[in-house]
Ligand binder design. Structure first.
Ligand SMILES: [Zn+2]
Length: 592
C-alpha cells in the first residue's frame, strides 16, 4: 500500500471535513454550505462510501487531500504531511532529524508567543497596552491576534526559554536571539510591540515587532524574525490564516500595507484582508493569494510612498494575471485609522473597489497639469502606455475616449499616437476577457447527465428510459455515452437490477467510475432537496427529445430549400410532410 492509500484507508473523509465544516446528513451523503463559493442552500456534498466530496454549485471536488489543500492553501506535500500525522502514518521518505529540529523551533515560537502575551498583561506592558488602546484595538482582537509586548531586557526571554529546557543554539536558530560579536547571545526583540505571524493553519511561525512609540528613534521601526526552518518571509502573508475563508467566500482578497490595518479591518468585520508583513510585496505572496482568488484589491495609503507601493503591487499582480482593483481611502489615512474613526466608512470602502484604470487616470492627472501643453504630453504618454496594454479592443476604445475628453484633445490624434508608438501590441496584461476560462456545458449534456444520474440512483426507473436512450436520444458526451452504452448493453429485457448496476459500476475504469459517482451524488442531492426522480426523468426525456426534434427540423429545412431551388415538387411535398410530423410530435410533448 502506498502512503496515500494507507492514509485514505485510515481517515474518514466525513470526519476530516467535519473539522472544517458543519456537515449534515442527506441520504447516503453529507451536505454543507460550500466553503469555496457563496451560497444559501447546500450544494457541497460528501460521499462516505466513495470517500469523495463535490460541490455542485462551483464544481470543485476531490478527495481528502484536495480538500485540505484547497481549504488550508497547502501544497500537496504539506497536505500529505498533515494528514499522515492525523492518520498516524509514518511517511516513507521522511527525515526525522529535520522534523525534530523544526518541531523544536515551532515549540520555541509557541512559548515565546505566550510569553509576549503575558508581558502585555503585567505592569511592564502598560505602555504597550495603552498604545493598542489608542489605536482603537479591543481586548478581544488583541487576544485573537495574540498580540504581545517584548520587555525591555536583553535576556528575559532567553532565560525563560532556557528554563524550559531549550539550548542557546536552538533559541538562536528560531530567530529569538542574536549572536554577540564576542560570543554569547541576547534577545532579538526588546521593548517592542509584538505581532505574531501565523502559517496557514494558524500556528505562529515568526514575529513582526514594532518599536514602541517614543522609543529610541534611531532603531528601526519594524524588525522581523529572520529566515528560520519554519519561517520564509517571502511567501508569508500577515493574517492569511484568518482571512482565507472570507477571501474564498467573497472571491476577493484585499491587500493592505500594515499589520494594524489587517487587525482593525477584522475588528470591523471585513475579514478578507491580508498584508505583506515587513517586506515589499513578492510574486510568491501573490501566487499564494491566487490559490484562493483571482481578484485582488489594493487598499494603500495614498501618500507618495503608498502610491509608489500600490503601483509596484499592481504591476506585479498583473504579471501574475490577477484582476486588480484599488480601494480608495481618504488621503493621509490608512485602513486602521479609517476603522478607528468610523468602521462603516471602511466597510463601505472595502465593497467599492475601483478598476485599476481609474487609479492610473487619477494618478496621471494629479501628477501633471492637464491644462498646459507639457502636462498634456506627459499624461498622454503615461496613459497611452497603459491603455496600449489593454487587449480588449472595446475596453481600449473606452479609455481612449475618456483620455481624449479629459485632455481636450482629438481622439483620432491619440489613437494615431498609440499606433505609431506601437505599444498597442497586446501583452494581455490588462485583459479582463475571461471567456476562455468559463466552459459552458451545453444544455444537451446537462440533461443527459441528469437523466443518467437519476437512473443510476433509482434503477427501478431505468426500465422506461433504456428504451428511450436506444430510441436515438443520442448521448453525445463521450464519457456519458460510455456509461449509457454500458447500461444499454447490460440491460436484459430493457431492465437492470440494482445488483447488476453495482457489478456494472465495479467494472468501469477510473474515469468513468468517477463520473458515475458524481452523477449519482448530484441526483441524490436533488432528491434530498425534494425533487421527484420519476418526474425529473420525464422532464429530461421530453427536453432532450425537443432538442432532437429541433435538430431534425433544421436538417429537413435545408433539404427543403434545396428541393425548392431544384423545383423538385415531389421531394418538397415529402419533406413538408416530415416537418409537419415533427411539429405535431413537438406539440404533443408541450401538451403533456
Ligand atoms: Zn462550491
Amino acid at each position: 500500500m502506498t502512503d496515500i492509500e494507507e492514509i485514505k484507508s485510515r481517515l474518514d473523509i466525513v470526519e476530516v471535513i467535519s473539522g472544517y465544516l458543519r456537515l449534515t446528513r442527506a441520504g447516503r451523503n453529507f451536505k454543507a454550505l460550500c466553503p469555496f463559493h457563496n451560497e444559501k442552500s447546500p450544494s457541497f456534498m460528501v460521499n462516505p462510501e466513495r470517500q469523495i466530496w463535490h460541490c455542485f454549485g462551483c464544481g470543485e471536488g476531490g478527495d481528502i487531500f484536495t480538500f485540505v489543500m484547497k481549504m488550508d492553501g497547502l501544497e500537496f506535500k504539506e497536505a500529505l504531511k498533515l494528514l499522515a500525522d492525523r492518520a498516524g502514518v509514518k511517511l516513507k521518505n521522511f527525515n526525522p532529524k529535520e522534523s525534530g529540529q523544526k518541531a523544536r523551533v515551532m515549540e520555541i515560537t509557541k512559548i515565546s508567543t505566550r510569553f509576549f502575551q503575558e508581558c502585555l498583561k503585567v505592569k511592564g506592558g502598560k505602555k504597550a497596552k495603552e498604545y493598542f488602546a489608542s489605536r482603537g484595538l479591543e481586548n478581544k482582537i488583541i487576544e485573537n491576534f495574540k498580540l504581545g509586548y517584548a520587555p525591555n531586557s536583553w535576556n528575559l526571554l532567553s532565560d525563560f526559554l532556557k528554563k524550559k529546557g531549550f539550548k542557546d543554539k536552538e533559541i538562536f536558530l528560531s530567530g529569538m536571539s542574536v549572536k554577540k560579536d564576542r560570543g554569547g547571545y541576547y534577545d532579538r526583540f526588546r521593548h517592542r510591540l509584538i505581532f505574531p505571524i501565523a502559517n496557514l493553519s494558524g500556528e505562529i511561525i515568526g514575529f513582526s515587532a514594532r518599536a514602541m512609540p517614543g522609543a529610541d528613534e534611531k532603531s528601526a521601526k519594524y524588525i522581523n524574525t529572520p529566515e528560520t526552518p519554519i519561517y520564509n518571509k517571502s511567501s508569508v502573508l500577515f493574517g492569511l490564516d484568518k482571512a482565507k475563508l472570507a477571501i474564498r467566500k467573497k472571491d476577493k482578497c484585499i491587500l493592505v500595507e500594515g499589520n494594524m490595518d489587517v487587525i482593525m479591518s477584522h475588528q470591523a468585520g471585513v475579514e478578507n484582508v491580508v498584508a505583506a508583513s515587513g517586506t515589499a510585496l513578492t510574486s510568491e505572496q501573490l501566487r499564494v493569494i491566487k490559490r484562493y482568488t483571482d481578484n485582488l484589491a489594493l487598499a494603500f495609503d495614498m501618500d507618495e510612498a503608498g502610491q509608489a507601493a500600490a503601483k509596484r503591487g499592481i504591476e506585479l499582480a498583473l504579471q501574475e494575471e490577477l484582476n486588480v482593483s484599488v480601494i480608495a481611502i481618504p488621503e493621509g489615512k490608512d485602513p486602521a485609522d479609517t476603522v478607528k474613526n468610523n468602521p462603516k466608512e471602511w466597510i463601505e470602502a472595502a465593497e467599492k473597489s475601483q478598476p485599476v484604470m481609474d487609479f492610473y487616470f487619477d494618478q496621471a492627472f494629479s501628477k501633471f497639469n492637464p491644462q498646459d501643453v507639457r502636462g498634456k504630453k506627459e499624461i498622454a504618454k503615461e496613459m497611452l502606455n497603459v491603455i496600449g496594454k489593454i487587449s480588449n479592443k472595446i475596453e481600449q476604445a473606452h479609455y481612449l475616449q475618456i483620455l481624449a475628453r479629459r485632455l481636450e484633445i482629438d481622439e483620432d490624434i491619440l489613437r494615431d499616437t498609440l499606433r505609431k508608438a506601437k505599444i498597442a501590441k497586446s501583452s494581455g496584461l490588462l485583459s479582463r476577457d475571461k471567456s476562455g476560462k468559463m466552459k459552458v456545458t451545453d444544455k444537451k449534456t446537462k440533461l443527459q447527465e441528469r437523466l443518467i444520474g437519476f437512473a443510476i440512483v433509482c434503477p427501478e426507473l431505468l426500465k422506461g428510459i433504456i428504451k428511450e436512450i436506444k430510441n436515438n436520444l443520442a448521448v453525445t458526451n463521450p464519457v456519458l455515452k460510455k456509461i449509457s452504452d454500458q447500461i444499454i448493453n447490460s440491460a436484459d429485457q430493457n431492465q437492470l437490477s440494482a445488483a447488476e448496476l453495482k457489478i456494472l459500476k465495479e467494472n468501469l475504469d477510473d474515469e468513468l467510475s468517477e463520473k458515475w459517482d458524481l452523477l449519482a451524488m448530484s441526483a441524490e442531492m436533488e432528491i434530498d432537496r425534494g425533487v421527484d426522480a420519476g418526474e425529473e426523468i420525464k422532464i429530461c426525456l421530453n427536453e432532450l427529445e425537443k432538442i432532437k426534434l429541433g435538430e431534425d427540423r433544421q436538417r429537413l429545412e435545408v433539404d427543403l430549400k434545396k428541393a425548392i431551388q431544384k423545383n423538385d415538387q415531389g421531394s418538397c411535398k415529402l419533406l413538408l410532410g416530415e416537418i409537419d410530423k415533427l411539429d405535431k410530435r413537438r406539440n404533443e410533448i408541450d401538451g403533456n
